[in-house]
Design a protein around this ligand. Structure first.
Ligand SMILES: [Zn+2]
Length: 113
């Protein structure tokens, strides 16, 4: 169990995985059998402050925000890191043309499941 302090600044990904299923054990958290999304399955998101449950604190993808890092920059760290990780995974080089076929997080927030 990770320990957090009340009022501590954190950067939090919107997805909360179970940590125990076939996919989580392999680090493929976005395929989790029990994936839950903040703002869809769990209360919260798009607010200045959030009260996080023990479950989210234990299972969420959370990083402490370093002192001196502006809150705006910390808020952008999760979406930016997703973009950078995708670039690394695909080995996209400068000047290459890329087509993105997806609706992004909106799709997961509006699906009927
Ligand atoms: Zn899982």
């Amino acid at each position: 169990m990770r320990e957090w302090k009340v009022g501590e600044r954190i950067a939090l990904a919107a997805d909360v995985h179970c940590g125990e299923c076939h996919f989580c054990r392999r680090g493929i958290y976005n395929m989790c059998d029990d994936l839950r999304i903040l703002g869809k399955h769990l209360s919260g998101a798009l607010a200045d402050y959030m009260l996080l449950s023990r479950d989210i604190l234990d299972r969420g993808i959370i990083h402490r925000v370093p002192q001196g890092l502006k809150t705006l920059h910390a808020a952008l760290s999760e979406p930016l890191s997703s973009v950078l990780a995708s670039h690394d995974e695909l080995a996209i080089a400068s000047g290459e043309t890329v087509v993105i076929l997806a609706a992004g997080p909106w799709a997961s927030c509006t699906s009927s499941s």
